[in-house]
Write a protein that binds this ligand. Structure first.
Ligand code: SF4
Ligand code: SF4
Length: 230
């Protein structure tokens, strides 16, 4: 792996660590074995997928095989990254309507109601939290501030991987397991970006509502420090 990618993976881990600190003070209903949020719709960036494959080491082959077995055809495949959506919003353009199918099946990695890659899981899994058990109401309950926090972290994670792409776990993890794709990604040459993936881009601005700017400021400053040092 190139030094640049290693540095980016270190920066990604620091972003995850800050997010964990943000969540630490919150009362959440989430617990081990609670898996209603583990669906086939989970997405991630190429850098996150690279981190998972690298972190799995020798276990990667078995995990990738379980993904290749029967990918859910209803799985969410994003066509637009969060920073492209931010750019459209800034330009006053109509935003794309992309919705995940709630009928998509469980995450193909889920095994005995537990996640086999839990310490390595992507941000989309980390930010799926709820103050009430989702099973009772059928959806997660989080406040507006955490929605903004999640959006900002998503933007920063895409920005860190601006030459990469975003896609569904079942599509992207196997790609990062392929030496030719990994090599092209390492050279920053994902051109054209494979079908079923959305191109990443730098963030044009952070999407923070005016009433939340003061509360978000210390979190954003910590994220900026990572960007400055990476
Ligand atoms: S987000 Fe909902 S389903 Fe997922 S762990 Fe938390 S309470 Fe359980
Ligand atoms: S990767 Fe793990 S945490 Fe994420 S949806 Fe799949 S089983 Fe759940």
């Amino acid at each position: 792996m190139t030094r640049v990618l290693e540095d980016r993976l270190n920066a990604l881990q620091r972003i995850y660590d800050i997010y964990d600190e943000v969540l630490a003070s919150r009362e959440l209903a989430c617990h081990r074995g609670c898996d209603a949020c583990c669906t086939a719709n989970v997405t991630l960036t190429t850098l996150e997928a690279l981190g998972i494959v690298a972190g799995l080491g020798d276990a990667a082959e078995a995990v990738l095989a379980s993904l290749a077995a029967a990918p859910d055809p209803r799985r969410f495949r994003p066509r637009t990254g969060i920073n492209s959506i931010a750019a459209m919003a800034l330009d006053g353009e109509a935003l794309p309507e992309e919705e995940a199918d709630p009928a998509a099946g469980p995450c193909p990695l889920l095994h005995n109601r537990c996640c086999p890659i839990y310490p390595l899981r992507p941000f989309a899994c980390r930010c799926m939290v709820s103050t009430r058990p989702c099973g009772a109401v059928g959806y997660a309950t989080i406040d507006d501030f955490l929605i903004t926090v999640n959006t900002v972290f998503q933007q920063v994670i895409e920005d860190l991987d601006a030459a990469g792409a975003t896609g569904n776990l079942s599509d992207l993890l196997p790609l990062l397991g392929r030496p030719d794709f990994k090599e092209a990604y390492g050279r920053g040459q994902l051109d054209p970006v494979p079908m079923n993936l959305a191109s990443n881009r730098r963030m044009p601005a952070l999407m923070v509502p005016p009433e939340q700017r003061e509360r978000m400021a210390p979190i954003i400053e910590r994220l900026r420090q990572i960007k400055r040092s990476s």
